[in-house]
Design a protein around this ligand. Sequence first.
Ligand SMILES: [Zn+2]
Length: 358
Amino acid sequence: MFDRLSSLSESALAKISSAKTSEELESLRISYLGKKSELKALLKKLGVLPAEEKPRFGAAVNDAVKKIESRLLMRRQELLSSAASVKKIIGGVDYTRPGFIQKPGLPHPLISTIEKIQKIFLRLGYGIAEGPDIEDDQHNFSDLNFPTDHPARDAQDTFFIEPIHADNPLLLRTHTSPLQIRVMSCLNPPFAVIVPGRTYRSDAPDATHSPIFHQVEGLVVDENITMSDLKGTLSFFAKELFGPDFKIRFRPSFFPFTEPSAEVDVSCVSCSGKGKISSDCRVCKGTGWLEILGAGMVDPNVFESACRRRGDRVYDPEKVSGFAFGMGVERIAMLTHNIDDMRNFFENDSRFLEMLAS
Ligand SMILES: [Zn+2]
């Protein structure tokens, strides 16, 4: 039995040393150390040995098992390290190289800001309207009560599309407001819509300007709509977007398509509106307020434009009234994410985008 044990052990160690794959090693392990292995069968025959030989034979079996186990371990490590060092390059392709990690996509911060704004207005019962990026002068300016000599109509401010037709040139829309006319052309009051979209102005890119930017327009038309409806709506919006403690204020302003018009400020997101108390606040420059949008009551001339396009008096300014507002999405995204340079949104630096998503 001692001879059989010794020859069994020798053949096991030799076969393990010459194994070529880890699968081969595993089958050797099972055949030499498994429950049905000859080694285990030899152990069961321990009873037939004379009493004085039993301990010696038991120790010899244990010794053989230890040797086989350690040779198995050694050979497994050899096979693993040779697999790692020998790269199987076939036809110029390294099939052993780890794959590239495919990162899941993320919404761009401007898209997620638009979605946040949309959600707030959808809760208030607003619909969403969209329109073309290429507009004509009529929708972009004339129907919105812009005088013919308004500076916004200058080629320095607006991207016109060649060939330029003298009576109604095509252009890249400078705001989302042309949708006011498009929506009124096909919807009867009462209605409430927001218009998210891309807009274009001939501005050189800097920290606060970009030739492409995004706006969300709002338009509500019904009977007896007043400035207090506008204030209530925008106050609700600011609290939902920035937090319950945020306040808004209206400052008188002028836009061709609203009368009266107002610039709307929200309490500073950085110093929480403390303003002069923390006069070192760089974000609001110590005023405590940040401008976020322009708004006002729809100018009667805009309602007249809608009537002209429709050929009826559904939007008779004596019967209906409404309010409109327009906000810059980049401005709001910069305030909510504390970003000081608008160009970051357009540079496609994935580190910046991932930082905002986390
Ligand atoms: Zn501040």
